[in-house]
Design a protein. Sequence first.
Length: 398
Amino acid sequence: MSAADGARRPVPEAGHGGPAQAAGGPGSRRPARRPGGVFRRNPDTAGTTLAFVESPVQLLNVLEWAYLERTSDAGRTGALTVVVLSPHDPMTRGQLRRMAELARDEGCTVRWEEARGGAAAPLRTIGGLSPLLRRARRIVIGDPFSRYVQLLLTLTRARDLVVVDDGTATMEFISQLARGERLVRWHRSGGSRGARDLVFAPFSAAARRRLTPVPDNDRRTVGVFSSMPVESPPGVRVTANDFAWTRARFGPPRLTRGTDIVGTSLVETGVVDPDHYLTAVRALARTHGATRYFAHRRESAEKLHALEAVTGLEIVRPDLPLELIARRGPIGRTILSFPSTVVHTLPLALAGTGVKVAVCDVDPAWLTTKASPRAQGFLSGVTGTARDVQRLTFAGAG
């Protein structure tokens, strides 16, 4: 019985069950291979565009960017090589492998790097990538805050840099770039920098300079491809991501009569207290009659077991980014979320389907003592700038 049939199954432990980690959920079947693709494989131009990704969402947005490039530029974009800097997390690795399959179906060359596989892995990875970095005409990155990516940026001569969405972090990246600040993730608490931060500071500063456009004689151009509500800093070109590839490739979905909740990793990042989070999910489920909970790839198995026990929700661990899972369906007519990337992306991916997306604000009382001083303002900004969504408050939950 599938998730759409209402079956409740145990939450799989991370790392078990292969790449498709759905607890009876949609997304466990592979989409049919289609002829053609986003990019042509061309050995003469291989490496002209080099993309670095570390998460499934980043790879999805590279494919969205590539699709727009091809459809708006008569296919003159040449070859695309996607380098996956694989993380340790089993759920992320599983989703990345599924996304890599889709990227290959679209004509991309995918290079999987065990970039964190031991002490010697970084040197081995960087050494192997050096020839590609030297030949690359354009570099596409998914996470400008990544130390790995920042180090690689210092080694390339490419004069055209593109940043694709890494979720809501793009909003913080743009604001920090505009203010000339060092690049720091929004959920990191304040205070003095650690020893590793100080050692890496020169590379981080050099990467920030590379991400600052130098317009004279086209010395260096910087673009941002985003579905987030961002304002372009001087000299940075911003292109809107409307998930055209996702809509062309999948769906429209079959809609269920139920309501689905989208999970968040705010507990895992130390921003929200786990007990408050569980209470909020239980209240939302009861008020709105939700039946399924789509887990974030970083949510722990222990937390999901507790949610299942307390709420009675069916826990689904998707094997692809939620934008693709929702577009393929089946999906609820209403999707509830806390402040996260999906409140911006799902209305775009599901445009014209009749699905309603609602977002519940995070109460300041839910924040942990370790949360960054910027956390509440950032989360409020994520909710307040979301378009085509219904806003909920925890007190009313409706």
